[in-house]
Design a protein around this ligand. Sequence first.
Ligand code: SF4
Length: 223
Amino acid sequence: MKIAELFYSLQGEGLLLGVPSFFIRTSGCNLRCSWCDTPYASWNPEGEEMTLDAILAEMKRYPARHAVVTGGEPMIAPQIAELTNRLRDVGMHITIETAGTAFKPVACDLMSISPKLSNSTPEGTFAAQHERLRIQRDVLEQLMAQYNYQLKFVIAQAGDVDEARALARDLQAPSERVILMPEGTDPMVVRERSSWLAEICKAENFRFSPRLHLDLYGNRRGA
Ligand code: SF4
């Protein structure tokens, strides 16, 4: 499968924040978010074909017991089911980070679903496709029904919370599974957005997620 990067780091977002994890970033995405922080796995998919054996061999170099399969959109990657089964066979805890637009029967302990709000829609050629695909309600319901999940929304402005809240209610997601995270790759911007988003989370009983990797490493690949 085409892999953009493999690296060992701390999970920077969501329920498993801070857990040492081996990251497998597949290359290729069916969406084109305007603010995508991994364009090398979506807008301009880079990487090389790797066998599952080679991926697992690289993982064995590290002491992680958690694997995070991310992208791009890992749920459209050929061999995603086989990869997750191999990870399970060696006893890894598996998180899959997905936008929730495609379903495959994967092995997964935490389905980290990040439905894309209207703030993600780009201008230009990809706008219509992105807008048509970004919310697939039947897929979201299927993922939520079949896996332990978190619903993680990327928030750029306070108005985005209305959209996140409406979708979470529509999907009947309990508030403790809903995570709001500030959008941004500039630590200063993320800090400013965090200050008002934290207050919204307190008022509405949603979980707040920082972007730990930005604080620790800045906006760079492999971290
Ligand atoms: S779904 Fe994720 S990887 Fe794909 S364009 Fe959006 S942010 Fe980037």
